[in-house]
Design a protein around this ligand. Structure first.
Ligand code: FES
Length: 737
């Protein structure tokens, strides 16, 4: 077949013809089968184990390969990695690109947009791509990465050479390309080294923080490999979508309407991303024999997956060649791809496009297309298209000066400590308080008071090379000179608890971070019931001590497998006497404690319940107290919040609180699918819990987190959920929708 990307001006007509073919057409120019139908594309992107991403980045030609060895990463960023490396490396940046967190860069984006418009607003016309749509995302991504914003032009040129290192280019010799690409990588490596001990609010520092916390294992060379590809992807896509999108909006007379507020802009941006596709497509290599649309594929076959075609598939999008900013989100467009390789920078691109449209509208009155729409020339950009140039005009006599938010232009990069409030404390005692449970008591080296904390608080403790682990404080809350915590040796854990058990002795130094509290406790006039399962007793200890001293009505229920495994039993029995109920399974013929009995004669309105323990205990309690008013039941997870990444699904109920509607989520469907079908309109990009786009607030219920975006603390907190993958640990979840 003729390559459907050969004629950019009629790209989408040719892709429509490709979609009509009964089997996958083979393109000699693309070196593989072209996957162009929506469902086929989704099937490829959702099976990364069968369709490898390795061919995404072409190999360096032989003479260059030797020069670049150990200096320029051949695989480039994440695109060309399959699992397990892909997920391991993506983890180091996933939590940086969460939309909620990227909002902090909005003042910088606005200031840069105003700076650029200042340079041409009085002229009355401009070619928008070169003057605005290209420099804004490039300057932004350079700053966000942590590089010097003053060097954005050089970085942009070097990236273009890097992207085209395998292309023959009459204007730049291969020697020049090699020198520039090496310079760029040396510069990035130097900044990475500087950030090792001087962290800032940028991507390079974020990766260091994740490495230090033990959340990701990577080499310095892999750290370097993350940056250039992200810089490249971080500006090219947005540049093309804005340049073409603004031409479409002005031509159709939609510009004023869609720029009137943030929500309208966001809806228009999604439609432009569908219509033009930020990422046009990617190659894949078949790893296992399979078939798609009647075409038999064998290992080694190459595919070209045309995302831009899928988003114009009329079986999914009615009237797909019409820009309709009121389209809902029942079907996800493929403008940023989907699956494990969905565009990492999609949230930043969305934020950029929203700010760009807002500032153009604000600064350039009566904006119009000067280049006649039908004369706009498209040129080929990879396997998609961009515009050669689009000139806009406006009423320069009415052009406004930068608004007050634009005056805050000198946005500086805040310096942040490597990790806030790290401190080294001395281990005064390490005592075995049950089988495999070691209690550590820490004091400051000079005997001074330690930071304040309240019952329920935890500290991050550095477990040597395994990074930081979180442990509840179990000291006496009135003793300001001692911090104590207990560690259960987890034989199947990642190694942190084993390290603390085997390496830390009295006299050792331990690094900790200041106490934080996600399990807040308040003394109450209501009867307070503390329920602990196993090592979950640790946060309960200081709470119960406080309850006893306050003279409150309280009870403790302590559950465990065997008394030998139950830490602090002696202390609890001595301090709390009749207030304490102990239930060891092996003393009760292997039976579990029946929590229903505990609440048989109580009304939840008259109670405060605190519980910490394994997940079955927490979800069982939640089900029993499903009618508890807000705040009556407080729980703390102590198991690994991502432990259920590969768990099997169970059905549950979801309540959308704002519209007071209830839906059943069957085992076979994702929460996101069901609520979007019902019109919730939640944006999504990866559908794999990797990008943070679909984040929703949780009002009630315990999420079963299966994403890689939320921090361990956010997961413990349970106030947010990624509905594309995450589910419910109990039977009901209430969302703020
Ligand atoms: Fe990416 Fe849900 S869509 S995390």
């Amino acid at each position: 077949m003729a390559c459907p990307f050969a004629k950019p001006n009629r790209l989408f007509e040719d892709l429509a013809t490709t979609r009509q073919q009964s089997t996958l057409p083979f393109s000699k120019e693309l070196g593989g089968y072209v996957v162009s139908r929506y469902d086929d594309i989704v099937s490829v992107l959702d099976q990364p184990n069968i369709f490898s991403s390795r061919p995404t980045v072409p190999e360096f030609p032989p003479p260059v390969k030797g020069i670049f060895a150990n200096k320029v990463p051949e695989k480039g960023t994440l695109l060309a990695h399959d699992n397990p490396d892909h997920d391991r490396l993506r983890k180091s940046v996933a939590s940086f690109f969460v939309p909620r967190r990227l909002r902090r860069f909005e003042p910088l984006l606005r200031a840069t947009a105003h700076d650029l418009i200042d340079q041409f607003s009085s002229k009355g016309e401009v070619e928008i791509k070169e003057a605005f749509a290209l420099p804004l995302p490039l300057r932004t991504i350079v700053h966000v990465a942590g590089l010097d914003p003053e060097r954005w032009q050089w970085i942009g040129q070097s990236l273009a050479l890097f992207g085209g290192i395998t292309r023959v280019d009459a204007t730049v010799s291969i020697e020049e390309k090699v020198r520039d690409v090496l310079d760029l990588h040396e510069y990035i490596a130097q900044v990475i080294e500087e950030r090792r001990n001087d962290r800032r609010d940028d991507l390079i520092s974020h990766i260091w923080n994740e490495r230090d916390a033990g959340n990701v294992e990577m080499t310095d060379f892999e750290h370097l490999s993350m940056i250039p590809g992200l810089l490249l992807a971080g500006h090219e896509t947005t540049t093309n979508v804005l340049s073409m999108g603004i031409a479409h909006l002005l031509h159709l007379g939609l510009f004023d309407e869609v720029t009137k507020d943030e929500i309208s802009r966001a809806a228009a941006i999604e439609e432009l991303l569908r219509y033009e596709s930020a990422i046009t497509g990617m190659p894949r290599k078949v790893l296992e024999a399979t078939s798609i649309s009647g075409t038999t594929l064998v290992p080694g076959d190459q595919l070209f997956v045309a995302y831009n075609s899928g988003s114009r598939d009329d079986t999914k999008f009615p009237d797909p060649n019409r820009i309709d900013t009121k389209r809902g989100r029942k079907v996800q467009h493929l403008g940023f791809g989907r699956g494990v390789h969905a565009c990492l920078g999609a949230p930043l691109a969305r934020l950029l496009l929203n700010v760009e449209l807002a500032v153009l509208k604000e600064r350039l009155p009566n904006l119009k297309l000067k280049t006649p729409y039908h004369e706009i020339q498209y040129h080929r950009v990879h396997e998609g298209r961009g515009v050669a140039g689009v000139t806009l005009e406006w009423d320069s006599t009415r052009a406004t000066k930068a608004s007050s938010d634009g005056s805050s232009r000198s946005v500086t990069r805040p310096r942040v400590p490597a990790q806030p409030q790290d401190m080294d404390l001395i281990v005064e005692e390490a005592n075995l308080v049950a089988d495999d449970v070691l209690q550590f008591k820490l004091r400051s080296q000079d005997g001074n008071h330690l930071p304040e904390w309240a019952p329920g608080a935890h500290i991050d403790v550095k477990a040597g090379p395994f990074g930081y682990r979180q442990y509840s404080i179990c000291s006496d809350p009135d003793d300001r000179k001692c911090l104590s915590f207990a560690v259960l040796k987890e034989t199947s854990g990642l190694g942190g608890s084993k390290y603390l058990h085997s390496k830390v002795r009295p006299g050792s130094m331990l690094s900790i971070r200041a106490p934080r509290n996600n399990f807040s406790y308040e003394p109450s006039r209501k009867k307070t019931i503390f329920i602990a399962g196993g090592i979950g007793i640790t946060p309960i200890l200081p709470m119960a001590t406080d309850a006893r001293r306050s003279g409150m009505s309280y009870a403790i229920v302590y559950l465990g497998r065997s008394r030998r495994n139950m830490a602090f039993l002696g202390r609890l029995e001595k301090e709390h006497g009749n207030h304490l109920t102990v239930w060891a399974k092996d003393d009760n013929d292997g039976h579990r404690y029946d929590l229903n009995v505990l609440f048989a004669d109580e009304h939840i309105d008259d109670l405060r319940v605190y519980c910490c323990g394994p997940e079955p205990l927490l979800t069982g309690l939640q089900d029993i107290l499903s009618d508890a008013p807000p705040g009556a039941l407080r729980i703390e997870h102590f198991s690994n919040p991502t432990a259920s990444l590969n768990a099997t699904n169970t059905a549950f109920e979801v309540v959308l609180a704002r519209s007071n509607r209830t839906f059943q989520i069957p085992e076979s469907r994702s929460l996101l699918e069901v609520i979007n079908e019902a019109g919730a309109g939640i944006l999504s990009t990866c559908n794999k819990g990797l990008c943070g786009t679909c984040e929703v607030s949780v009002i009630d219920g315990v999420p079963d987190h299966r994403d890689m975006v939320l921090t361990a603390e956010e997961k413990m907190d349970g106030k947010l959920i990624m509905p594309c993958v995450s589910r419910c640990r109990g039977t009901k979840l209430t969302l703020d929708l």
